[in-house]
Ligand binder design. Structure first.
Ligand SMILES: *Cc1c(COP(=O)(O)O)cnc(C)c1O
Length: 355
């Protein structure tokens, strides 16, 4: 069943640029539907990619009532198209929406419009290595109500963007700065929701880190400033000498990444021991210095796997694996992307081939 009632083709059709950055080019179409308390969800349509018209008092503009998601469509070698765990992604979209007092979407319908939208803009799916079509489902509060409270109406929209590698570094290691004085999210707050405020609140720190030459910030827990949480838009994993891969446990302030979950399962299937636990930054740093921690990498849909080569903590740089990409991160990256692009079997049942 499709909830899309209208499909408008825009007159002009663009084409996928040859040099792809991340999120600088956009496809021709987008999905929109509206919600009001009286009418529920209505007006679902895929139409031309266009600017939005919003009432100036829309709650999204003033109070940040919004949530978003990120997933990708992958071009298979045989020309077909895969989605990766769109159900997981849609469930998180609804969890985030509940936390921000926003109406949930019908999961099957949401995935179905993603499928339709991707097929409509199929020529925009790049086929280079590491290239994909990034899909951005979004839910925002609109409508005229300046008082602080849940908004009277909502807009659900989805657009797509052909993307290449997230970091200019590619698979080369990135440098990460451990924030000592600023915190991203606190248990009980909205850290585990994919909502805009988490990201605007972290810009100040990531911009100052960037000036010092670090491309990402590693956040510590907000209560003790001691336990590793995650990186800007990636979860983080540590590979120990004994073959254990450790990542911070989900405590409520960390975003539960689909890539994180997939990496833990793939690592298990490749014979690594995986553990989710509290990781004390002081111990992590001393284990890096002693060589006990052999690799560190971030993982997320946008960057896939990103080796960390340098960690700055308390004014000192700590090199990991001699600032080179390590074998474990490489093997996990190869395995995950082989499943996503359909080059390998998918024993986990994660891939949905849509064409
Ligand atoms: C999106 C995101 C991640 C990664 O989640 P994936 O589902 O793997 O893409 C990790 N941390 C934060 C803060 C995020 O916003």
């Amino acid at each position: 069943m499709s909830i899309v009632t209208k499909l408008k083709q825009s007159g002009e059709r663009g084409r996928c640029p040859e040099q792809l950055g991340f999120g600088t080019a956009f496809s021709d179409h987008m999905f929109t539907q509206h919600y009001t308390a009286d009418n529920g969800w209505h007006g679902a349509e895929i139409g031309p990619f266009r600017d939005l018209v919003l009432h100036p008092a829309s709650a999204v503009l003033h109070y940040g009532q919004e949530v978003f998601e990120g997933l990708k469509a992958y071009r298979r070698q045989d020309g077909g198209i895969n989605l990766f765990r769109p159900d997981r992604n849609a469930e998180r979209f609804n969890r985030s929406a509940r936390r921000m007092v926003m109406p949930e979407v019908d999961i099957d319908a949401h995935i179905d419009v993603i499928r339709q939208l991707v097929l409509v803009d199929e020529p925009w799916i790049p086929d280079g290595p590491d290239a994909s079509l990034y899909i951005r489902p979004t839910l925002i509060a609109n409508g005229a109500l300046l008082g602080l409270g849940a908004a009277p109406s909502y807009l659900h929209f989805i657009f797509t963007a052909p993307v290449g590698a997230y970091y200019v570094e590619g698979f080369n290691p990135v440098s990460v700065y451990v924030s000592e004085n600023y915190r991203r999210a606190v248990k009980g707050g909205v850290g585990e929701a994919k909502t805009g405020g988490n990201y605007s609140a972290s810009l100040f720190v990531s911009e100052s880190a960037a000036k010092e030459g670090y491309s990402q910030v590693l956040w510590l827990d907000a209560i003790e400033g001691r336990y590793v949480e995650e990186v800007g838009a990636m979860n983080i994993c540590f590979v120990y000498r004994d073959g254990t891969i450790a990542t911070p446990e989900l405590t409520g302030s960390i975003l539960a990444g689909v890539t994180r979950d997939s990496i833990l399962k793939i690592a298990g299937s490749l014979g690594y021991d995986t553990v989710e636990k509290r990781l004390d930054i002081e111990e992590v740093i001393s284990d890096i210095d002693s060589g006990e921690v052999m690799e560190v990498f971030g993982c997320g849909t946008a960057a896939v796997i990103s080796p960390v080569g340098r960690l700055a903590y308390k004014g000192q740089d700590h090199l990991i694996n001699n600032n080179e990409s390590g074998p474990v991160a490489t093997a996990l990256y190869e395995k995950l992307t082989a499943i996503q692009y359909g080059r390998a079997d998918d024993p986990f049942g994660w891939v949905q081939q849509i064409s």
